[in-house]
Design a protein around this ligand. Structure first.
Ligand SMILES: [Mg+2]
Length: 149
């Protein structure tokens, strides 16, 4: 029987990347990725990760490039978040995240694992996971709300 595993996205799911989102909007990708290490954890999601990892292997599937692997491992270790696997975008792969992550799901399945739940903030990635049969929870970063609402 295939092993049940859980998929987590990294940026704006496990981390809160709002402090550098303007760089992404301006297409300044190198600067955007360099500031990753300063992300704070998205606490509620990190807590769910810490609870679930006791029962299931967790695989992080991120569109972040492999060139940032060292920073990601350091960041995860710093918050005691220990995934079973960290799958990252290969060098020179500039396809949309949904294509990169769809390939990651195929790779996970080829390793005799059964991904059954995914956590991701991106609408398109969530749709892709659902189309691949995973129950999917879309994450939104809480900003504390607008006092005028
Ligand atoms: Mg994300």
């Amino acid at each position: 029987m295939k092993e049940k595993v859980i998929i987590f996205d990294l940026e704006d799911t496990l981390t809160n990347a709002t402090h550098r989102i303007n760089l992404a909007r301006k297409g300044q990708w190198d600067e955007f990725h360099e500031l990753f290490i300063l992300d704070k954890p998205n606490i509620p999601v990190a807590m769910v990760f810490a609870a679930l990892v006791r029962f299931f292997p967790i695989i992080i599937c991120t569109g972040k490039p492999e060139t940032g692997r060292e920073d990601v491992v350091e960041w995860l270790n710093g918050y005691h978040l220990r995934p079973h696997l960290l799958l990252m975008r290969l060098k020179e792969d500039d396809r949309p995240a949904i294509e990169v992550k769809a390939d990651m799901i195929r790779e996970v399945r080829s390793r005799d694992m059964d991904p059954f739940i995914a956590f991701d903030d991106d609408e398109l990635c969530c749709s892709m996971y659902r189309a691949n049969g995973l129950t999917t929870l879309q994450i939104g970063i809480e900003t504390g709300g607008n006092q005028n609402d």
